[in-house]
Design a protein around this ligand. Sequence first.
Ligand SMILES: *Cc1c(COP(=O)(O)O)cnc(C)c1O
Ligand SMILES: [Zn+2]
Length: 412
Amino acid sequence: MTPVEALACERCGRRYAPADVEYTCPEHDGVGGILDVRYDYDAVSDELAGVLDGPTGDLWTYEPLLPVDGDPVRLGAGGTDLLDAPALGDALGVDALVKNETTNPTGSNKDRGSAVAVSRARQQGHDTVACASTGNAAASLAGYAARADLDCRIFVPADLPEAKAVQPRLYGATVLGVDGTYADAYELCREVSAERGWYNRNAAMNPYAVEGKRTLGFELAEEAPDADWVAMPMGNGCSLAGVWKGLREFERLGVVDDTPRLLGVQAAGATAIYDRFVAESDDSDAAGSRSEERGDGEDTTADSIDVGVPHNAGKACRALAESGGDAVVVSDEAILDAQRLLGECEGVFAEPASAAAVAGIHAAVERGTIAPGERVVTVATGTGLKDSASAREAVDDVISVDAAGQGLPEDL
Ligand SMILES: *Cc1c(COP(=O)(O)O)cnc(C)c1O
Ligand SMILES: [Zn+2]
């Protein structure tokens, strides 16, 4: 028995029994009718009390609140470290913490979503899973599919960083490099998966894929109940929305009294969620001054958030608004500076998309949105090891020294 009570359409509010729908609301075509998984909390309250009193482990610690009926696929996602980050905090002027998602099994927070989606796919007897990805979801789905002994098909934009295209193939997945954008890869994946009966993990249409991401919210609620802010990058907006759902659930369940405000960060090259959030906020002054910091947006080195047409913008904007939070945009230059700052200050090598959250905190402090000294968790969503080419722009050159030590700087 899973605790799932119903699936509710984000757009029209219709509710469905879990057995009656697989992806989006049948009342609308394609995106727009994303379904939200609703739970019967009373049914799991005893189990949940045990979870909250018990030891923490990977994300299956929260199994009573996940839409999986036993026998989950385990690879070690979740249960990541929350690091206090005094040096980073000094640099930013806040009380900083880093939630280190880079240590997830395939290197990013996507593993939380894949763990749940692949467990469900196996439970329902699917033999092939698929997704479109800017890279990390691909590796993650492929790793979990390997673990579950399922076939895996990945659609990626052909220009993705080399290591991100290698990792899913190493896990045995078939990678299809689409000559186009992420949006093109996403559409193609949707069509082909429907035709061939593959289980589509895409978080923007598979209602269960974001459910695993709530566990990041659960962990933050338990580990940082006094945080004022949680800063996260936004691409499709699924991660931020999932974290907010988890935080809210733990507030409603009485685990914590309060929820932090969310700071959603986008890169100047992909600002769709930011634009929508500013347009929806009724503070027109703010909207005016913000068009300046927005930049002209072409492309960004932060490939994981280089999403032109985000599928979860509505959910993300609602999460930002409900939390009393805000959105900011940062330049690629600021992202690379922040990437190095995070590495030098705290020993965390995060990819550019993750570093955007750090740059976003800086921008929000400058603007006065985050007050000096507030307690701020930055989510380091993914490892930088998969994309050393972009990090190379942020670091000093190697100093060449011959075997006798010629070339060694005197002042070192
Ligand atoms: C996917 C991803 C994001 C963005 O998450 P969305 O759910 O698309 O908003 C941020 N950072 C990393 C490392 C990612 O892999
Ligand atoms: Zn609907």
